[in-house]
Design a protein. Structure first.
Length: 201
């Protein structure tokens, strides 16, 4: 009987240990999925003021604000001054352009007419590792939004931000056409930047 009890005790201990290992690995995986594959020595980031080389004077302020808000809400890295951070992000806005996106033939004029415009913000992004003095990534990124001239985007019957939702079904689609397209472009760009940071390494 004593031998049987010892065997049962050993078996229970083995099961308990296996459970502990399983829980530990599961917790590690959950943490990893939240943090992505960030370099382990990078705990903080400095967000340099956006450099604007375009003629759209307000876009740098909008991008600065949107990026700070998203980084804080996602809680990916501590945001610190450049002299204390492990890394810093450099953003240069190269251009802001409006180009025809949908062209139709006007019955009245008998000529082509731009029905929908696409606003694009082209940027150069660099993420610097201050600890190892290297560049974690360097790439060109573009954010865009579409609009119909003279029509509030909440009633223009188009998908302005490429999320397959239109007008009243999309909470982002509200406001004057070009200004709203600019804000949509900035939002999409900031989301892409943050995704790039979390998927680096």
């Amino acid at each position: 009987m004593i031998t049987g009890s010892k065997k049962r005790s050993k078996a229970m201990i083995k099961i308990f240990i296996k459970l502990l290992i399983f829980l530990f690995l599961s917790t590690g995986c959950m943490f990893y999925s939240i943090k992505g594959s960030l370099p382990v020595h990078i705990q903080s980031i400095a967000l340099s003021p956006v450099i604007n080389e375009s003629a759209e004077f307000s876009v740098s302020d909008i991008l600065n604000s949107e990026l700070n808000e998203l980084m804080i809400s996602q809680n990916i890295l501590d945001i610190l001054p450049s002299d204390k951070a492990d890394s810093y992000l450099e953003i240069i806005i190269v251009s802001v352009t409006d180009k025809p996106y949908t062209v139709t033939l006007s019955n009245e004029l008998g000529m082509e007419e731009v029905e929908e415009w696409k606003l694009s913000i082209k940027t150069n992004i660099k993420w610097h590792d201050m600890t190892r003095d290297e560049i974690l990534f360097s790439k060109q990124m573009v954010g865009w939004g579409s609009y119909k001239p003279g029509v509030d985007i909440s009633t223009d019957n188009i998908d302005n931000d490429g999320d397959s939702l239109i007008d009243s079904d999309d909470s982002d689609e509200v406001g004057s056409p070009r200004e709203s397209a600019l804000n949509i472009s900035v939002r999409r760009l900031t989301e892409d930047i943050v995704n790039e940071i979390t998927n680096t390494w």
